[in-house]
Design a protein around this ligand. Structure first.
Ligand SMILES: Nc1ncnc2c1ncn2[C@@H]1O[C@H](COP(=O)(O)OP(=O)(O)O)[C@@H](O)[C@H]1O
Ligand SMILES: [Mg+2]
Length: 307
């Protein structure tokens, strides 16, 4: 198999940040990223929370890969891993065992967000990592002052450094997800094209209303992303139709297919854009990045410099 970059799992670094940095232009060409985004944080800074209290619907995969494609298109991206399981952290090539600081220390107020941010293999793609400590935060923060707005406050400093900040949520509607919603401009909800796809969605949307009313009036539903689509089943097609009927334009045109490559990539600490950009999953996330950039006004109006 051809890789744009070819570190192996055994080559995984013993440090907090990966030492291999890919040639962004070459990687963008290999991944057929032909669009550019305008990098102008003052104007376009945008915080996107990826949430759904169901586990395994593609939240972390979406945060990693949407982030990586936008970075390859020229955007400055920060992925915040707000899940104690740390899938976005490891999926972006960081090893939690070697992290001095994490988003946990930021939420407790011990350090500034900037001090915990790490670089990744892709220039312009940073991560605010998670460690298992974060599992305690739900409980520890319960009696803390302004416990729901901790992340929102912590981000005010780093916001201007990035065009888009993507927050990957844990599979629950607890305090961590509430912090992510309070800090966000918009919510992206991945939905798996399976039975019970819409189960729990009403509860998530009620939480969004509560956060809007009490913490963050500007929070909008930025989009619904259909994931793990299996074209061989009629069920997948039925789910797509049902979701589009209910939510019409909010649903992204791009549908992410079920793709083994997407599930392999995190094991190598690589986004799909580096692991196998021309796989169907890779192409889908590239298309999603383009659609997202167009929707949010991040897409450069000129195609100058695009090959
Ligand atoms: N489109 C896809 N096709 C195949 N496997 C996928 C796809 N998206 C995600 N996966 C895999 O499914 C599992 C759950 O995805 P993940 O993004 O971790 O979900 P969540 O963050 O919502 O729990 C992971 O092992 C991931 O690699
Ligand atoms: Mg996850």
């Amino acid at each position: 198999m051809e890789h744009a970059a070819s570190p192996t799992p055994d080559g995984a670094e013993d440090q907090a940040s990966p030492s291999t940095i890919v040639d962004t232009e070459a990687a963008a060409r290999a991944a057929r990223v032909t669009f550019r985004v305008q990098s102008n944080p003052r104007q376009f800074q945008h915080v996107l929370t990826v949430a759904n209290q169901k586990g395994g619907v593609g939240k972390s995969t979406t945060a990693i890969n949407l982030g990586a494609y936008l970075a390859l298109a020229g955007a400055r991206i920060l992925v915040i891993d707000l899940d104690p399981q740390g899938n976005a952290t490891t999926g972006l090539g960081l090893d939690h065992r070697h992290l001095e600081h994490s988003v946990y220390d930021v939420l407790t107020g011990d350090i500034e967000a900037e001090a915990a941010v790490r670089t990744t293999m892709v220039t312009n793609l940073d991560v605010l990592p998670s460690t298992i400590d974060l599992a305690g935060a739900e409980v520890e923060l319960v009696s803390a002052i302004s416990r729901e707005s901790r992340l929102q406050r912590a981000l005010s400093e780093v916001r201007p450094t990035y065009d888009t900040i993507l927050i990957d949520c844990p599979p629950s509607l607890g305090l961590l997800t509430v912090n992510a919603l309070a800090a966000a401009d918009e919510l992206l909800i991945p939905i798996q094209c399976e039975y019970y796809a819409l189960e729990g969605l009403g509860q998530l949307l009620r939480n969004v209303d509560l956060v809007r009313a009490n913490l963050n009036p500007q929070l909008s539903i930025g989009g619904i992303l259909l994931t793990m689509y299996d074209g061989r089943t009629r069920l997948a097609e039925q789910v797509v139709q049902e979701v589009r009927k209910h939510f019409s334009d909010v649903v992204y045109q791009t549908v992410v297919p079920r793709s083994v490559r997407l599930s392999e990539a995190p094991g190598y600490g690589m986004p799909i854009a580096l692991y196998d950009p021309l796989s169907r999953g890779g192409i889908a996330y590239r298309d999603l990045a383009l659609e997202f950039a167009a929707r949010t006004g991040l897409l450069a109006s000129t195609t100058e410099g695009v090959r």
